[in-house]
Design a protein around this ligand. Structure first.
Ligand code: ZN
Length: 111
C-alpha cells in the first residue's frame, strides 16, 4: 500500500538538488508567513547593490538597494504570480553570506 509519505519520497527522489532546495525554501517562507500574520521573514545578505536574497518563486535574486538598510518590511520585487507579490516580505539581514543555492540544471523544461 502506498502512503502519502511514500508518494512524497518518490516525488523528492525524482527532483534534482536545485528543485528540492527550491521546494524547501518555499516551504520555509510559507511557514514563516503563517507564523507572522501572512508576511514572511526572509533572511538576506548585504551586497554592494543592497540587501539581496534568491527568490524561490521568481528564481532570480531580488535586490533592495537602500543605503545602510536595516531591513524590515518591503514591497516585493516578485513577479505577479509569486505568493509574495501582494503582501511583500520582511527582510532580515544576516552577518556574512547566505548559503549558496545549488546550481539550476539548464534546459530541462520550458518556462
Ligand atoms: Zn520573487
Amino acid at each position: 500500500m502506498t502512503t502519502p509519505i511514500d508518494e512524497l519520497r518518490t516525488m523528492l527522489a525524482g527532483m534534482d538538488e536545485y528543485e528540492r532546495y527550491r521546494l524547501m525554501r518555499r516551504m520555509e517562507i510559507e511557514q514563516s508567513a503563517s507564523e507572522n500574520d501572512g508576511t514572511p521573514i526572509i533572511e538576506c545578505e548585504r551586497t554592494p547593490s543592497g540587501l539581496a536574497f534568491d527568490c524561490p518563486y521568481c528564481e532570480v535574486r531580488h535586490f533592495h538597494s537602500l543605503q545602510d538598510d536595516p531591513g524590515g518590511h518591503r514591497a516585493a520585487h516578485c513577479k505577479p504570480d509569486s505568493p509574495l507579490h501582494n503582501g511583500g516580505y520582511i527582510l532580515l539581514p544576516i552577518e556574512g553570506k547566505l548559503p549558496p543555492a545549488p546550481v539550476k540544471r539548464r534546459g530541462r523544461r520550458a518556462r
